[in-house]
Design a protein around this ligand. Structure first.
Ligand code: AMP
Ligand code: GLY
Length: 423
C-alpha cells in the first residue's frame, strides 16, 4: 500500500515511525513532514489545506490511503473531498467526515451532541452577540471559576478560565462583540467548572465498531507542578494509573459507546481516531472536550505501546470491519518529554544547533520543530522534539528518558523535569 501522511509535528513523526513498521506498506510520503518523518518516508512540500494539490499528488503517486494528523484539514472536509472526488473516492481517508469533525470544530455542536446522547459533561449554555445580556445573567448564576469557550478552532487558545465575575463578563463581551478570537468566538459556550484530574482516552473507529487505545495524561502547562501558561503539551505518560478497569468501564459505557452510537444513528461517517478529553471528577468520568484526531504529545507515548500493525487496522475502517482486527497493547509504561525552545509559549529564538542525538540509544526521539540545514539539525519551533522511553514501570521509563535528555543539547533548551512524577 502507498500511504500519504499529513502533518509535521511530533505526532506525525510517531505515526510515520509506526506506519513504516507495517508489513502492508510499499511507500510512505509525508506532507509537509519534518526531518524526523524523513527517516521513515519521503517528505513532500504541499499546502495541507489545498485539497486539489493533494489530490494531484495522490493520483500521480498512486496513493490509496491518507492518514490525517492535525484537525484543521479534517474540519475543512478532507474526508468528504476525497469521498466525493470523481476519480479518487476509493482512497481511504483515516479521519472523520466534515460533519463528524464538528465534534472538535464546534464546541456548541459537541455540547449539544453530548446533551442529546446523555454523555456526562459540564452543564452549559451557548451565547451570541444577540443575547450577550443573557450571557451576563448566566455567568451571575454560576459559581467561579467561570469557563468560557470560543465555539470554533482557536489554535488551542480559545478556552478561558477566570476567577472574577467582572473579568468573565468583560471577556465574554470581547469575544462576542469585539472579535477577540475572530470568527471562532462569535459563539461562546459558557460551562460549569469541573474539578478533577484530566486524562486522554482514544478510540479508533470505523463508525460502527471501535478499539480503545492506551490511555495517556498530557502535561499542558509550561512550568513544573502545572504552573504558568498553557502550551501545546510538554510531555505525556501512558498508561494513566487512575484510569483502572472500573474507571475505563464507565468511560466505555457512558462515553465511548454512546458517542459512536450517536454518530451512527445520525449517519455521520467517522473512520479515524476519536480523542476524549476527560475529567475524573471523584471517580466519575466527564467529557471536557472531543478532538477528531490523536493528541500531541499523547501519540508519542501511546503508539510505542501498540504492538499491532496499525496499517492493518486502518485498512479495516472503510468497510466497517474493524471488529476483525486486533489491537494489542504492551504492558510497558511509556513517557515522552518535550524539549522546547526557551521562551515558548511566548517568544523564542530559532535556528539553534541541536547536538547529541547520535548518543541516544535507549529511547526514541520524535522531531516536532526541527529543520535540517546541510549537516546540521536546527531548532525551528517552540516544541522541538519529544524524547520517548518505554520501561517496566513509569519510574523506569522516566529515568531512561531523563538520562537520555542529559545527552541532548541546544542553547536555551527547556523541559519540564516533573513529567510523570505525580502519578
Ligand atoms: P478544551 O479546549 O475544551 O479542552 O479546554 C482546554 C483546557 O481547559 C482543558 O484541557 C481543561 O484543562 C480546561 N477546561 C476546559 N473546560 C473545563 C471545565 N468545564 N472545567 C474545568 N476545566 C476545564
Ligand atoms: N495534547 C492535547 C491535544 O492534542 O489537543
Amino acid at each position: 500500500m502507498r500511504i500519504l501522511l499529513i502533518g509535521s509535528g511530533g505526532r506525525e513523526h510517531a505515526f510515520a515511525w509506526k506506519i513504516s513498521q507495517s508489513k502492508l506498506i510499499d511507500a510512505l510520503f509525508i506532507t509537509p513532514g519534518n526531518p524526523g518523518t524523513a527517516q521513515h518516508g519521503v517528505n513532500v512540500k504541499m499546502d495541507i489545506h489545498d485539497f486539489d494539490q493533494i489530490a494531484d499528488f495522490v493520483q500521480k503517486e498512486k496513493i490509496s490511503m491518507i492518514v490525517v494528523g492535525p484537525e484543521e484539514p479534517l474540519v475543512r472536509g478532507i474526508y468528504d473531498y476525497f469521498k466525493n472526488h470523481p476519480d479518487l473516492s476509493f482512497v481511504k481517508v483515516i479521519g472523520p467526515s466534515k460533519e463528524a469533525a464538528r465534534l472538535e470544530g464546534s464546541k456548541d455542536f459537541a455540547k449539544s451532541f453530548m446533551q442529546k446522547y446523555k454523555i456526562p459533561t459540564a452543564s452549559y449554555q451557548t451565547f451570541t452577540k444577540e443575547n450577550l445580556y443573557q450571557g451576563f445573567q448566566f455567568l451571575e448564576s454560576l459559581k467561579p471559576p467561570y469557563v468560557l469557550k470560543a465555539d470554533g478552532l482557536a489554535a488551542g487558545k480559545g478556552v478561558l478560565i477566570l476567577d472574577n465575575l467582572d473579568e468573565a463578563k468583560r471577556e465574554l463581551s470581547l469575544m462576542l462583540s469585539e472579535n477577540r478570537f475572530g470568527e471562532a468566538g462569535h459563539k461562546v459556550v459558557i460551562e460549569e467548572f469541573m474539578k478533577g484530574v484530566e486524562c486522554s482516552v482514544f478510540a479508533l473507529t470505523d463508525g460502527v465498531h471501535y478499539k480503545i487505545l492506551p490511555t495517556a495524561k498530557d502535561y499542558k502547562r509550561i512550568g513544573e507542578a502545572d504552573s504558568g501558561p498553557n502550551t501545546g503539551g510538554m510531555g505525556a505518560v501512558s498508561p494513566v494509573p487512575f484510569a483502572d478497569d472500573a474507571f475505563m468501564q464507565k468511560v466505555e459505557e457512558r462515553i465511548i459507546q454512546p458517542t459512536i452510537e450517536g454518530l451512527k444513528s445520525e449517519n455521520i461517517a467517522y473512520k479515524g481516531f476519536v480523542y476524549f478529553g476527560l475529567m475524573n471528577v471523584q471517580g466519575e468520568p466527564k467529557v471536557v472536550e472531543y478532538n477528531c484526531r490523536m493528541g500531541d504529545p499523547e501519540t508519542e507515548a501511546v503508539l510505542p505501546r501498540i504492538s499491532s500493525d496499525i496499517v492493518a487496522l486502518f485498512s479495516l475502517l472503510e468497510t466497517n470491519e474493524l471488529y476483525q482486527g486486533t489491537l494489542d497493547i504492551i504492558p510497558d509504561a511509556c513517557i515522552t518529554v518535550v524539549l522546547a525552545s526557551g521562551g515558548y509559549p511566548g517568544q523564542f529564538e530559532k535556528n539553534r544547533v541541536i547536538h547529541g542525538l547520535e548518543n541516544i540509544t535507549n529511547s526514541k526521539v520524535f522531531h516536532a520543530g526541527t529543520t535540517q540545514e546541510d549537516n546540521r539539525l536546527l531548532t525551528s519551533g517552540g516544541r522541538v522534539m519529544c524524547v520517548t522511553a518505554l520501561g517496566s514501570s513509569i519510574q523506569d521509563a522516566l529515568s531512561k528518558a531523563y538520562n537520555e535528555i542529559s545527552l541532548i543539547h541546544f542553547d536555551d533548551m527547556y523541559y519540564r523535569r516533573d513529567i510523570g512524577f505525580d502519578i
